[in-house]
Write a protein that binds this ligand. Structure first.
Ligand SMILES: Cc1cc2nc3c(=O)[nH]c(=O)nc-3n(C[C@H](O)[C@H](O)[C@H](O)COP(=O)(O)OP(=O)(O)OC[C@H]3O[C@@H](n4cnc5c(N)ncnc54)[C@H](O)[C@@H]3O)c2cc1C
Length: 427
């Protein structure tokens, strides 16, 4: 009987397996990496939604700077917003001078009244947090509009435990100064980041999989906690002392035999977005200098667009641009993929001024069924109850989708390391 079985060869599975040398990993697909896998299209690498490494963790930096890894350090990201036909500098609230006068004064008036009113209590949800931080105008015209496209749930239903590393909090002096004249454009949330010279984000970690024991093309379909057994789609059966799962928690709950109704009910409260990446290669050198941009307009499906050819710009010799447009849907939404791809190509042509009919070399979509965990207010309690139930049965969930809380790639790796520590302390 195996001591520890790990389900999933993403970064959390990797971190866990490297810390537990005799463990075995079972992966449903034919490759490692999970969500950090990069796809090759026309000699470009496209991630499953743009990935950049902005960690400052010295251990991770040492790890990725290993022999043979050529890495590009981008000292200053170039980021923009597209809002109602205008290109605006990021973050919008610090560059209000770019808006017409009446919008600027409305934004400042609301910001000041939010501050004068003073907040005597903690915000109960994301909507309140934004209103307390930025006032009504900025909240309604920017944050609410973007949330509707990106998270696709009401702001009132969202918690306030997910902003770290994702939102810039209100900086009053910058907002006021930025309402009068052009200010520092280097206020992006990740100004400095790293990206592999070749092979996409996956290339940072690919070689580490050589050090662990992974069996590919084995998709877990049933978990029997009483027998301590996993059944795979192939019919294979594996027994464990301890099971680690990095699978999306709602999928995993659905596989467990004799699961109590209360756990199933808690699982139904876990929500996520789905992602369609429309990857394009355009016959035009550097269509834009931007590394990525956000799109607020509701009549454009894409929410955020990255330019992978600019991540590796110093090495770029080809007279083409690689673009990735990301489109999000709620877990329960149904969508017309082909029509959306067509529209997205047209929209990108309009925004970046190219002619898809003559200049688009290729378009290749990638669909990601589990993208972001929606940080709604019921998430934390629901996930906690499920994870505790599993732990009592020697099943440890790990990683982004296993713990059901958003984490960056380096944190996913350490989530696996942490799970291994817990297992070692129990054995
Ligand atoms: C759109 C998006 C953009 C992101 N951008 C960044 C970024 O810029 N920088 C950054 O640092 N981080 C980024 N992240 C976060 C990063 O991708 C994750 O933290 C990390 O990849 C999660 O790793 P994981 O091992 O927890 O999960 P996963 O990578 O999902 O690993 C789970 C594994 O389980 C496998 N699996 C699933 N079902 C089964 C089954 N039934 N049986 C066996 N195996 C199965 C899957 O194939 C997968 O390999 C981003 C995340 C998203 C969603």
């Amino acid at each position: 009987m195996d001591e520890v079985l790990i389900l999933g060869a993403g970064l959390s599975g990797l971190g866990c397996a490297l810390s537990l040398p005799n463990s075995r990993v079972f992966e449903a697909t034919n490759h490692s990496g999970g969500h950090i896998y990069s796809h090759q299209v026309e000699s470009f690498s496209f991630d499953e939604g743009a990935h950049i490494l902005h960690t400052k963790n010295p251990e991770i930096l040492k790890m990725i700077h290993g022999p043979g890894n050529e890495i590009i350090l981008i000292e200053q990201s170039i980021v923009a917003n597209f809002w109602h036909g205008h290109w605006l500098t990021y973050p919008i609230q610090n560059q209000l001078y770019e808006l017409p006068l009446e919008n600027r004064s409305a934004a400042l008036t609301d910001l000041v009244s939010a501050r004068i009113q003073g907040q005597t209590r903690k915000p109960r949800n994301y909507l309140e947090w934004c209103r307390f931080q930025y006032g009504k105008y900025i909240t309604e015209n920017f944050y609410a509009e973007y949330t509707a496209k990106y998270w696709r749930v009401p702001m009132e239903s969202m918690a306030t435990d997910w902003f770290e590393g994702r939102l810039i909090t209100s900086q009053i002096p910058q907002i006021i100064a930025g309402a009068f004249s052009s200010k520092d454009e280097r206020q992006t949330i990740f100004s400095q980041y790293r990206y592999p010279a070749r092979g996409g984000f996956y290339a940072f970690f690919r070689s580490f999989y050589d050090g662990i024991n992974v069996t590919y093309n084995e998709c877990a379909v049933e978990i029997c906690p009483k027998e301590k057994m996993v059944i795979f789609a192939s019919g294979r059966r594996e027994y464990y002392n301890m099971l680690v799962s990095s699978l999306p928690l709602p999928d995993f709950v659905g596989m467990v035999k004799d699961i109590p109704p209360a756990i199933m009910e808690a699982s139904a409260l876990l929500h996520h977005t789905q992602l369609l990446c429309v990857n394009m290669v355009v016959k035009r050198p550097q269509l834009t200098r931007k590394h990525w941009f956000y799109i607020y307009d509701s009549d454009i499906e894409a929410t955020w667009v990255s330019v992978p050819s600019n991540f590796t710009r110093p090495l770029q010799t080809k007279a083409v641009t690689a673009l990735q447009a990301e489109i999000f849907w709620r877990w329960d939404e149904i969508f017309e993929v082909d029509a959306i791809i067509e529209q997205t190509v047209r929209d990108m042509g309009n925004l970046l001024k190219f002619d898809p009919a003559s200049e688009l070399i290729t378009v290749k979509p990638i669909f990601v069924p589990y993208a972001y965990i929606i940080p709604d207010r019921k998430r934390a309690a629901a996930a906690k109850g499920i994870l505790e139930w599993f732990e009592e049965r020697d099943i440890h969930c790990t990683g982004l989708y296993g713990r059901w809380k958003y984490i960056w790639s380096d944190e996913a790796f350490y989530s696996g390391v942490q799970t291994a520590k817990i297992i070692k302390s129990i054995r």
